[in-house]
Each structure stands twice: as structure tokens, then as C-alpha cells.
Design a binder for this molecule. Structure first.
Ligand SMILES: Nc1ncnc2c1ncn2[C@@H]1O[C@H](COP(=O)(O)OP(=O)(O)OP(=O)(O)O)[C@@H](O)[C@H]1O
Ligand SMILES: [Mg+2]
Length: 181
């Protein structure tokens, strides 16, 4: 369960990215946040992950007010969430298999569990045949599916995805993705 109560986020630059947001997303609910570029969608997700601190209001995750959660506790909060970032955030020097396995390694899963679970989620996202590839050898959509597999692999209580349906072409010379859809 995710609850926002009168949450605002004003960056140090003075930009108010989120203004007085109040909403509840119940267990089992699918919620879609739609808005123009720059309207604050990614910021709202960063507030849920506690990558950014709210300037005002309260954020309650699974019944716990995370507004004043200590930095040390943040990794435990993140473990309840599977996250697909807008830029995927894959590890470039690890294979598809190892990118997903690494997420399990971090939460101290056993080798046996990892060997069973990783092929299962890779099959779920249709990437069984790409397990040995590196991220730069994949299409944008394939990279996105690796990110999704990684988000799912630890059976989190919630999945948070930033622009899960936007498609990308390969990176340009500056390393930015070109958007085609
Ligand atoms: N770290 C930051 N410091 C200062 N301002 C920021 C920062 N990150 C985002 N902003 C500003 O906050 C506003 C919301 O940005 P955000 O990334 O949340 O938008 P978005 O809805 O995810 O956009 P897009 O659809 O383009 O991804 C924008 O005006 C942006 O310039
Ligand atoms: Mg965004």
C-alpha cells in the first residue's frame, strides 16, 4: 500500500516538481501516472524509493510512515519494491543472467535459489536465449525486459516502473537513448 498525504517536492533549484499530492494505491491495485514531460512523474517515484526527500507532507508505505525513515533503513524499504528505472540502470559489465542474479545476491539469496529463480524470470520475460549477452548487445526493448526480470526476481510486494511502455532505439553518441515511440 502506498499513501501520499499532501506531499510536495521542491528541488534546491526552486523547481516545485510535485505539488500537494494526496492519493492511496491499495494492495493489488494497478495505478498509472500520466503526465507531460517534466510534470514530476519520476520525482514522485524517487520519493517512494526515498531517493529524494519530500519537502512537505507524509509518505506511508505498507503502513509505515517513511517520511522520517533513517538512511540506514532505506535498503530494507527498497527490498519490498521491484523497480524498473526510466534509464534501466543495468550493469554494463555483467551478462543478462548476472544482472538478474546480482539482485538476488544483494539480498543474500542462496546459490541454489538463484540458479532456480533466474532462468525462471528470464523465461517469463522471453529472454532465455539472451542470458549470456551483455546489455550493449541487446535492443532497447530487450534491455527493458532485463530490468523487468530484475525487478521481479525477488518477489517484491510492489512493482514500480517508470515509463514501462516507452520504446527506445540504441544510444546516440552522447549515450542518450533516442525515443522512437
Ligand atoms: N535533481 C533535480 N534537480 C532539480 N530539478 C529537477 C531535478 N530532477 C527533476 N527536476 C525538475 O523537476 C521537474 C519534474 O521532473 P521529473 O523528472 O520528475 O519529470 P517527469 O514527469 O518524469 O518527466 P519525463 O516524462 O520527461 O520523464 C522538471 O521541471 C525537472 O526539470
Ligand atoms: Mg520521468
Amino acid at each position: 500500500m502506498i499513501e501520499f498525504k499532501n506531499v510536495s517536492k521542491i528541488y534546491d533549484t526552486g523547481t516545485e516538481a510535485v505539488h500537494n499530492a494526496t492519493f492511496t494505491i491499495e494492495k493489488g491495485e494497478f495505478a498509472f501516472l500520466v503526465g507531460q514531460s517534466g510534470s514530476g512523474k519520476s520525482t514522485l517515484i524517487k520519493l517512494i524509493l526515498k531517493e529524494e526527500e519530500a519537502s512537505k507532507g507524509n509518505i506511508i508505505i505498507n503502513g509505515k510512515d517513511i517520511t522520517y525513515l533513517r538512511k540506514k533503513r532505506v535498503p530494507y524499504l527498497r527490498r519490498s519494491m521491484g523497480v524498473v528505472f526510466q534509464d534501466f540502470r543495468l550493469l554494463p559489465d555483467k551478462t543478462v543472467y548476472d544482472n538478474v542474479a546480482f539482485a538476488m545476491h544483494i539480498v543474500r539469496a542462496t546459490q541454489k535459489h538463484i540458479r532456480r529463480q533466474v532462468p525462471m524470470v528470464l523465461s517469463l520475460v522471453g529472454l532465455s536465449n539472451k542470458a549470456k549477452m551483455y546489455p550493449n548487445e541487446l535492443s532497447g526493448g530487450e534491455q527493458q525486459r532485463v530490468a523487468l526480470a530484475r525487478a521481479l526476481v525477488n518477489n517484491p510486494s510492489m512493482i514500480i516502473a517508470d515509463e514501462p511502455t516507452r520504446k527506445f532505439r540504441s544510444r546516440d553518441s552522447l549515450g542518450n537513448y533516442e525515443i522512437i515511440e
